[in-house]
Design a protein around this ligand. Structure first.
Ligand code: IPM
Ligand code: MN
Length: 364
């Protein structure tokens, strides 16, 4: 595969700590690009509350066009108390949902692993979480987030959890493809004991397995049970495939395994342009104070490099994160006595230096 010599990144810092963490991610990406001999062209655009304030909508046309025109999109976070009274399409979060839809990014990949250096950072016992390495494959452009009808009339409100066979088939295919590259095991999570939409989900996943991936292993769990098993025996999970809402909830839960939501990256793929964003939110209470953990955003950058066909650069970034953690650097979310406190920028710089050193050490 021939590699491009430059890539266009649409940068959407959004709200709260979104800018703090994606600035660090960009600094790391730029440094590894330079050390590896390729260039990044970054185009900053508005989304979320920042876009509402400036343009009156959370997902301006200019942002949409710039994203569709880019090779990849790096997003920070959206939302905050300032816009809490907003409803419907005037909410900052609506901007993010519109972006995901516009990009056709139906497959949201959320890897969760516990680096050795963090085995004792979890609220769960280290012997339970050590060695965890799972991937949540969350359906991102369907389900109850987008289903119609929805509305609020009089003293009632309703949403619709809706999936077509084709939507379930394509996300199941993504999950099995990842399992094939990993440890060959898929857990499909639903609520088929209650919801008819989950019965269709389960039927389709079962069929995709039987017809195309019978050599891999598949189990089904109800979402309530899955929530318990993920914290009881996280190491048993390889790939978890689930719908939009269940995936949203399970991924925050899974963040307890490495000990902080500030560690979890994500990639949303399946359309013409990939979207890369930390799993955490905008944390407005700590924005601009140097307290945010940039690792989730930086690792989202590593997923971007993989997707752009730059796996060596991605490896260097992941090495940078591991090395900075191994030498004891911790941001506010993970710091305790005996470790070295690092601000958002200091953590980013440490990771960047390690990543660049790694590239310069490896003979070309
Ligand atoms: C996430 C977030 C978003 C979601 C919000 C901000 C719309 O919680 O990416 O997990 O629910 O998908
Ligand atoms: Mn979420």
């Amino acid at each position: 595969m021939t590699q491009a010599s430059s890539y266009r990144i649409a940068w959407l810092p959004g709200d709260g700590i979104g800018r703090d963490v994606t600035e660090q991610a960009l600094a790391v990406l730029r440094a590894v690009a330079e050390a590896s001999g390729f260039a990044l062209h970054v185009d900053e655009q508005l989304i979320g509350g920042a876009a509402l304030d400036e343009t009156g909508v959370p997902f301006p046309d200019a942002t949409c066009e710039a994203c569709l025109d880019a090779d990849a999109v790096l997003l920070g976070a959206v939302g905050g108390p300032k816009w809490d009274a907003n409803t419907g399409a005037q909410r900052p979060e609506s901007g993010l949902l519109q972006l995901r839809k516009a990009l056709g990014a139906f497959a949201n990949l959320r890897p969760v692993s516990v680096p050795d250096a963090l085995a004792d950072a979890s609220p769960l016992r280290s012997e339970i979480v050590a060695g965890t390495d799972l991937l949540i494959v969350r359906e991102l452009t369907g389900g109850i987030y987008f289903g119609e009808p929805r509305g609020r009339t009089g003293d009632e409100a309703y949403n619709t959890m809706r999936y077509s066979e084709a939507e379930v088939d394509r996300i199941a295919e993504v999950a099995f493809a990842w399992a094939r590259k990993r440890r060959g095991h898929v857990t499909s999570v639903d609520k088929a004991n209650v919801l008819v939409v989950s019965q269709l989900w389960r039927d389709v996943v079962t069929r995709v397995h039987a017809e195309r991936h019978a050599d891999l292993s598949l189990e089904h769990l109800y979402v309530d049970n899955a929530a318990m098993q993920v914290v009881r025996r996280p190491r048993d999970f390889d790939v978890i495939v689930t719908g939009n809402l269940f995936g949203d909830i399970l991924s925050d839960l899974a963040a307890t395994l490495p000990g902080s939501l500030g560690l979890l990256p994500s990639a949303s793929v399946g359309g013409p342009v990939g979207l890369f964003e930390p799993v955490h939110g905008s944390a407005p209470d700590i924005a601009g104070q140097g307290k945010a953990n940039p690792i989730a955003a930086i690792l989202s950058g590593a997923m971007m490099l993989d997707e752009l066909g730059r796996p060596e650069a991605a490896r260097a970034v992941r090495h940078g994160v591991e090395a900075a953690l191994a030498e004891g650097y911790r941001t506010a979310d993970l710091w305790r006595e005996g470790l070295t406190y690092a601000s958002t920028d200091e953590m980013g710089a440490r990771i960047r230096d390690h990543a660049v050193q790694f590239i310069n050490q490896v003979p070309a």
